[in-house]
Ligand binder design. Structure first.
Ligand SMILES: [Mg+2]
Length: 309
């Protein structure tokens, strides 16, 4: 059985690297773990992006970050030394706002998630509520009478779930009732990321919070992050991105590599994520079960490519 294994770019000759560089025109890259860590650029990577652009590659940044608006991510990119147009940032909050705008959405949005979602929606003229702490106070029936029944169900036209440090039973109770009391209520999420900072810690991701809500409402949310290939369908339809000539760069096999696979892109995993090497070894142990998670290429850091060319 021919088992897929990633090609390590560091082991290629200069001629092979040149051939590989000629195999794509467009680059989509994840941000956190590839371009920067906690707001600090990863060594040599801004130079690598500049080099790719100087070779004529069209570069897009694509993130699952649901706690920053597209503009905030763009500002972070700029402060880290990346020159990129704001329109080249593909981010969930922006995608959700555009989805609602395209449907002439005029109701309110209930948010389980960060303040950035409210800000992103407000910038698009969409009213929302929910971010911040909220706990069940007093008796359950009193809370239902005061907090759930008072917000007319048809007033809330969408529930958006993102990463929320203040996730509680009270929020789940509200969201479930908004979703189920109105069959037209949209149910959306910024991403399905299950865990952060693993294996150092296990910080529950949006996908973990969402699973609780999906179980309760017996519905699946529309998701606006990787690995959903829908998030770049507009770029593909317009011809700006040609899948066979596109490279996806990421640090997480089960999100970034799977996204590239779903879109028909070639994929490059970098080893600069918290979990990249650990996860790669894990998926390589089951190549038959995990073909969609195995990248075509691997490089310890994207910064290395300046030395390889
Ligand atoms: Mg990442």
């Amino acid at each position: 059985m021919n088992q897929k294994k990633p090609t390590n770019l560091s082991e290629l000759t200069k001629a092979e690297i040149a051939k590989w560089l000629n195999s794509f025109d467009t680059v989509l890259t994840d941000c956190d773990g590839v371009l920067w860590h906690e707001g600090v650029a990863i060594d040599g990577v801004p130079e690598a992006i500049t080099l790719l652009k100087s070779l004529g590659k069209e570069v897009y940044f694509v993130t699952n970050n649901g706690i920053k608006t597209g503009r905030e991510i763009w500002k972070r990119a700029t402060s880290c030394g990346y020159e990129i147009d704001e329109s080249r940032i593909i981010a969930p909050i922006q995608a959700i706002a555009e989805y609602l705008q395209a449907r002439n959405f005029t109701k309110k949005v209930y948010i389980i998630g960060a303040e950035a979602i409210r800000n992103g929606l407000a910038a698009a003229g969409i009213e929302s509520f929910g971010p911040g702490p909220e706990v069940l106070q007093g008796k359950l029936n009193d809370f239902i009478a005061q907090q759930v029944a008072t917000q007319a169900a048809d007033d809330v036209g969408a529930v958006v779930v993102g990463f929320d440090e203040h996730f509680t039973f009270a929020k789940m109770l509200k969201a479930s009732n908004y979703i189920c009391s109105n069959p037209d209520c949209l149910f959306m999420t910024t991403n399905l990321d299950t865990v952060h900072r693993y294996p150092e810690y296990r910080i529950p991701g949006t996908g973990a919070l969402l699973a609780a809500l999906e179980t309760c409402v017996e519905r699946k949310a529309l998701q606006f992050g990787k690995p959903n290939p829908e998030i770049c369908q507009e770029l593909i339809k317009s011809g700006k991105v040609v899948p066979a000539r596109t490279l996806m760069i990421g640090d997480v096999c089960k999100v970034d590599v799977l996204f590239g696979y779903n879109c028909g892109f070639q994929t490059l995993l970098v080893g600069t994520g918290h979990n990249s090497i650990y996860e790669l070894n894990e998926v390589l142990q089951n190549p038959i079960e995990n073909p969609a998670f195995i990248p075509d290429y691997f490089v310890p850091s994207l910064g290395d490519i300046t030395k390889l060319i």
